[in-house]
Design a protein around this ligand. Structure first.
Ligand SMILES: Cc1cc2nc3c(=O)[nH]c(=O)nc-3n(C[C@H](O)[C@H](O)[C@H](O)COP(=O)(O)OP(=O)(O)OC[C@H]3O[C@@H](n4cnc5c(N)ncnc54)[C@H](O)[C@@H]3O)c2cc1C
Length: 431
């Protein structure tokens, strides 16, 4: 039986591990984090700390919610990811959209994988009679402006959802799909999951991957395998590649999020899942979003209560120009082009909000990104093998790092579809 190591349990790793286990591989899954526990305390209990500014450091998120990791990539951009079983999918809003920017150009058609995943995950829109009035008003305002808003396809079971609005800090009722379900499927097929096992590097001998090193110093451990699948996410994968003496391209993209905050007394936007509808422009979307991060982190947001705050998010396909280093540091700026696109989108968001009766003061939130990819971008000539030719035999990448272009759209389906295609290629080539 062929032995495969899969590194990471997010949208990519979980889909790859599930498929390889189904195809008869002996799978060992190595996950840096532990089991994730959703945040269940009431937001109002944290309000006094917010008022005196004690929540204004993003690192406190990780302290309160272990597994919620942040990396500051420049003075004004924070990147978020999940370091736990389920990766970043445990922090997701449950939006499930086919994001395909840049795929046609390289001749990659993932329709079959998208179809299959949508069937497995069960996707539907959130009932409109449970949208908050302010959200419905903004939907109509966007319609009136010709922006053609659509209800967002979601992986949220509305019968289980309690409308707590806290998807991004974990779904306590288990209404929202995350990739732990694929991990469970893999384990049920015989895969072994080892948590708290941060992979440091891949061992390459005679131009072939032979295994990985987990941990450092005297506690480090070698795991050997026939195949190594890197799915440690947009930061983890290039970090491990560089630590293993391999290149990764300095083309990190993050889909920059910027929320415009306004005010509407008693709007209670938190009492619905985030992002129940969206409008789609060529390189960004607008979507209703209370933006808990800005509520807690951002000084300009401090004078409005969570009950009265209304947010409309811009999610922009940014320029692919960030760098991840072997020690996990990330450098990624908001470029002049990104800023000018954000300005235009924010202007549109303000018009939609005003048209819905939302009033000022309007304030921008924290620039952040959580769709991390692009450092192992597939090119036209790579699609046949589903990996760039510089990656040694026996080593594969199966996460969003493969996506050549930023999306400005939800990226879980894209990541899992890429990983599924890679896992099938592995089974064809290595078995
Ligand atoms: C707050 C937030 C909300 C989001 N909402 C949505 C949404 O609603 N819809 C959507 O489509 N997308 C959403 N996304 C984006 C989506 O979650 C990611 O694009 C997707 O999960 C990427 O998959 P991945 O496998 O590349 O990385 P991840 O899902 O991040 O998985 C990487 C995995 O590798 C592990 N890892 C990292 N380093 C190591 C190491 N050295 N050794 C071992 N393991 C390691 C991590 O713990 C993790 O399990 C959201 C992201 C965030 C941050």
């Amino acid at each position: 039986m062929m032995k495969a190591i899969v590194i990471g349990t997010g949208a990519g790793g979980a889909a790859a591990a599930r498929e390889l286990a189904n195809k008869g591989f002996e799978v060992l899954i190595l996950e840096a984090g532990g089991e994730f526990k959703p945040f269940t305390r009431r937001i109002s209990l944290v309000e006094p700390l917010r008022k005196i500014g004690l929540t204004r450091n993003e690192k406190n998120f990780s302290r309160v919610i272990p597994g919620y990791d942040s990396v500051r990539s420049s003075k004004d951009l924070i990147l978020f990811r999940g370091i736990a079983t389920g990766g970043s999918t445990i922090l997701a809003c449950g939006n499930m959209v086919r994001a395909e920017h840049g795929l046609k150009e390289i001749g990659l058609d993932l329709t079959k994988e998208f179809d299959e995943l949508e069937e497995l995950i069960k996707i539907s829109t959130f009932p409109q009679d449970r949208w908050r009035p302010v959200t419905r008003n903004m939907f109509e305002s966007a319609q009136e402006r010709g922006l053609e808003p659509q209800p967002t396809p979601k992986s949220v079971d509305s019968l289980k959802c309690i409308s707590c609005g806290l998807c991004e800090v974990g779904c306590s009722p288990g209404a929202r799909w995350d990739s732990t379900r694929f991990v469970d499927d893999a384990v049920n097929k015989g895969a072994v999951l080892k948590t708290r096992s941060p992979v440091k590097k891949v061992i390459i001998e005679k131009e072939r991957a032979r295994g990985v090193i987990v941990g450092s110093g005297s506690a480090s451990k070698l795991y050997e395998a026939d195949v190594v699948v890197l799915a440690a996410g947009g930061i983890g994968t290039p970090q491990i590649l560089k630590a293993s003496g391999l290149p990764a391209e300095d083309r990190l993209w993050v889909d920059i999020v910027l929320t415009l905050g306004g005010v509407s007394k008693g709007a209670n936007q938190l009492k619905e899942p985030p992002m129940v509808w969206y409008t789609k422009e060529e390189d960004y979307i607008l979507s209703p979003y209370i933006d808990i991060l800005s509520h807690f982190l951002h000084e300009p947001w401090k004078n409005v209560s969570i009950q009265d705050r209304v947010g409309l998010m811009v999610k922009l396909a940014d320029e692919e120009q960030g760098t991840v280093y072997a020690d996990g540091r990330v450098e990624k700026e908001i470029t002049l082009h990104d800023r000018s696109r954000l300005d235009e989108a924010i202007k549109q968001a303000k018009q939609v909000m005003e048209g819905a009766g939302v009033s000022g003061p309007f304030v921008e939130g924290v620039h952040n990104g959580g769709h991390l990819g692009g450092t192992v971008p597939l090119k036209k000539e790579d699609v046949k093998d589903m990996k760039p030719s510089w990656i040694p035999d026996g080593l594969w990448v199966a996460d969003l790092s493969l996506a050549p272009r930023s999306q400005g759209l939800p990226t879980i389906l894209l990541t899992s579809a890429l990983a599924l295609r890679v896992a099938r290629k592995i089974s064809e080539v290595e078995n």
